[in-house]
Design a protein around this ligand. Structure first.
Ligand SMILES: Cc1cc2nc3c(=O)[nH]c(=O)nc-3n(C[C@H](O)[C@H](O)[C@H](O)COP(=O)(O)O)c2cc1C
Length: 345
């Protein structure tokens, strides 16, 4: 076991140094869920919590940063969604306070936002859902990437995590790369790290943690769900592009279909333009997620979840989730080292 701990330690080195934490395991930002308590707990327990800027008005956003800082003296990040209405206000604030870790989500971030962060000492991490975007982001000067695959919960890209890992990890040495999407335990963590990842990001598993503020109905729905129940939404017409969202099938998903068809009909009649229709689709998800997470409406609300939901069978504390990730990681490292020993015989 000593050797396997050493192996895991070696695999953790780059991510650990970049993030300044014990375990390079990010608790991915989840709108409505990743607030001060969950974020600070993840960081206090040795991981890296990420506060979700989501659609938060500036005052609330400032307050959540302040509260998180009160609850932990460990590093954590803030996640800003570049297509969210309050993106510019949130960005101005984190630039002003020189917040140490800024994570941009929501597609390729605006170039001026990247340039502004580059002028500060803040570390900038961006999501890459394709190999093309990963290359572009590195050229633009980001400090690290999160490659997030199709298996993830919430808004998703087109390519599976394993394919992204194969396309990006062996060829990207300039910046640390963290892998997200479909990771439920320390087993996959070790394998992605052996392929060159500096760490991993999990969302779905932390949503069901004891410290997550999500309603108990929301957590129970996750515990009951199988991986096949977390499916992406469909797009019906290229005139109204839909960023797919992976969530557990319920009436909310049917409502989204009805909304999309209704908006398309309005666009056809000329009573709504494409921009307004796209905004209404995004509003649906923000409102739907709140309904499920805060109000516990697991039928009408949105149960954004990744395929790893099928691996979750109980509510655990953040401390236990991280301990389990490490324990599973050590066991897998041990198995790998055993294989190497056999080759030495
Ligand atoms: C309920 C939920 C809400 C999410 N909200 C956001 C968000 O606001 N911003 C973001 O960048 N990613 C968001 N994500 C993605 C997570 O940060 C993370 O990358 C993803 O969950 C990782 O995949 P996994 O679910 O398979 O662990 C969300 C995911 C879930 C499950």
């Amino acid at each position: 076991m000593e050797k396997s701990k050493k192996l895991l330690d070696k695999l953790f080195t780059r991510g650990r140094e970049f993030l300044g934490v014990e375990y390079p395991i990010l608790g991915g930002a989840m709108s409505w869920i990743s607030e001060a308590t969950l974020v600070s707990t993840i960081s206090n327990e040795g991981g890296f919590g990420v506060l979700a800027g989501g659609n938060m008005p500036l005052d609330l956003f400032k307050e959540e940063i302040r509260k998180t800082e009160e609850l932990t003296d460990k590093p954590f990040g803030v996640n800003l969604i570049s297509i969210a209405p309050n993106f510019r206000a949130q960005l101005d604030h984190v630039l002003e306070i020189q917040f140490p870790f800024i994570i941009f989500a929501g597609g390729l971030p605006p170039r001026d936002a990247i340039n502004k962060v580059r002028k500060t000492n803040s570390k900038m991490i961006c999501f890459a859902p394709t190999v093309g975007i990963a290359k572009q982001l590195i050229k633009m000067g980001v400090d690290a990437l999160i490659i997030e695959g199709h298996e993830a919960g919430g808004h998703i890209g087109p390519v599976s995590t394993s394919v992204l890992a194969e396309q990006i990890l062996p060829h990207t040495t300039d910046v640390p790369v963290f892998v997200a999407g479909g990771i439920g335990s320390g087993l996959l963590m070790v394998h992605y790290m052996m392929m060159g990842a500096s760490g991993v990001q999990l969302g779905t598993r932390f949503a069901v943690s004891e410290e997550s503020i999500a309603h108990d109905n929301f957590k129970q729905a996750f515990i009951k769900a199988a991986s096949k129940d977390a499916v992406p939404t469909a797009q019906f017409d290229p005139r109204l592009p839909v960023i797919p969202v992976r969530s557990i099938v319920n009436k909310g998903v049917e409502d989204f279909t009805t909304l999309q068809l209704g908006l398309l009909a309005q666009m056809e009649r000329g009573t709504l333009d494409r921009k307004e229709a796209s905004e209404k689709l995004e509003e649906f998800w923000i409102g739907g997620l709140r309904k499920a997470v805060i109000d516990g409406d697991v039928e009408g609300g949105s149960l954004m979840a990744g395929q790893s939901v099928g691996i979750i069978s109980e509510i655990q504390s953040v401390k236990d989730i991280l301990a389990d990730m490490i324990d599973r990681g050590i066991k897998e490292s041990d198995r790998i080292l055993g294989l190497v020993d056999v080759c030495d015989d």
